[in-house]
Design a protein around this ligand. Structure first.
Ligand SMILES: Nc1ncnc2c1ncn2[C@@H]1O[C@H](COP(=O)(O)OP(=O)(O)OP(=O)(O)O)[C@@H](O)[C@H]1O
Ligand SMILES: [Mg+2]
Length: 234
């Protein structure tokens, strides 16, 4: 498999109240095309920071982020917009749905951004929400909103799908349905899937597990025989 993502000596500092917080402290790792990657670490470790830097939502203090051979850290605003639109699907920790669009419209919104032919109803069906297509976010439960946000990211068929606690608001059965969808995407459709989670059991299904603590890489483990999501005893 070929390397699609590389972090080289990445640092991210935030200034808060006169002192400097190192949210990323000399972080190095690489990810292969189509890998199913799980990122673990305690609250405040820097997991969301890592995804935001990789997705071009935030900029490094120093270091290199290389995606598909391109140096993301050197992109100007225009290039970042194109990069996000063309390559990146986000499933945020908080759902970021557009409140005055229905579930279906939130999913089909992708058609305006990238040139793809999708059937929004089919994608909603894959997350178990076909019957809720015409409801607005405020009329959906938290878990249903999270699934609309997952459907929207999946519909985009991005090169990489960055998922921040994608099942945080879901019951375990629905969570397994979603994780299975994400694992299938990475193995069948050449989408590289990166999932931040607090659920360490998910590590058993990952091709690669990256553990972060205090803004630093604690360990990187490659699983030779990852389990299928549906075979894990949750
Ligand atoms: N915009 C910001 N300004 C200042 N500090 C920030 C900012 N964003 C994040 N931080 C700090 O950076 C550190 C890493 O935050 P991050 O959101 O990446 O953690 P996380 O691993 O995603 O945690 P959680 O599991 O709670 O979501 C935290 O200490 C946080 O307070
Ligand atoms: Mg976070």
């Amino acid at each position: 498999m070929s390397k699609i993502i590389e972090f080289k000596n990445v640092n991210k500092e935030y200034k808060s109240g006169g002192h400097i917080l190192k949210a990323m402290n000399n972080v190095n790792f690489s990810i292969d095309e189509g890998e199913f990657v799980v990122i673990l670490g305690p609250s405040g470790a820097g997991k969301s920071t890592l995804l935001n830097l990789l997705g071009g939502l935030d900029s490094v203090t120093s270091g290199e982020i290389i995606v598909n051979g391109n140096h993301v850290e050197n992109f100007d605003d225009n290039q970042l917009t194109l990069y996000r639109a063309g390559n990146v699907g986000f499933i945020f920790q908080f759902y970021n749905l557009i409140p005055n669009l229905t579930a279906l419209e939130n999913v089909e919104l992708m058609k305006d951004i990238v040139d793809i032919d999708i059937n929004g109803l089919d994608v909603l069906d894959s997350v178990g929400l076909r019957d809720h297509a015409n409801q607005f976010p405020a009329q959906l439960s938290g878990g249903e909103q999270q699934r609309v946000s997952i459907a929207r990211a999946v519909a985009k068929q991005p090169t990489m799908l960055l998922c921040d606690e994608p099942t945080g608001a879901l019951d375990s059965k629905t969570g397994v349905l979603i994780l299975n969808l994400l694992q299938d995407m990475s193995h069948n459709k050449e989408t590289t899937v990166i999932i931040v989670t607090h659920n360490a059991i998910l590590a058993e299904a990952a091709d690669k597990v990256i553990r972060i603590k205090n803004g630093q890489i604690e360990s990187i483990v490659v699983n030779e025989n990852p389990m299928k999501i549906t075979d894990i005893d949750w």
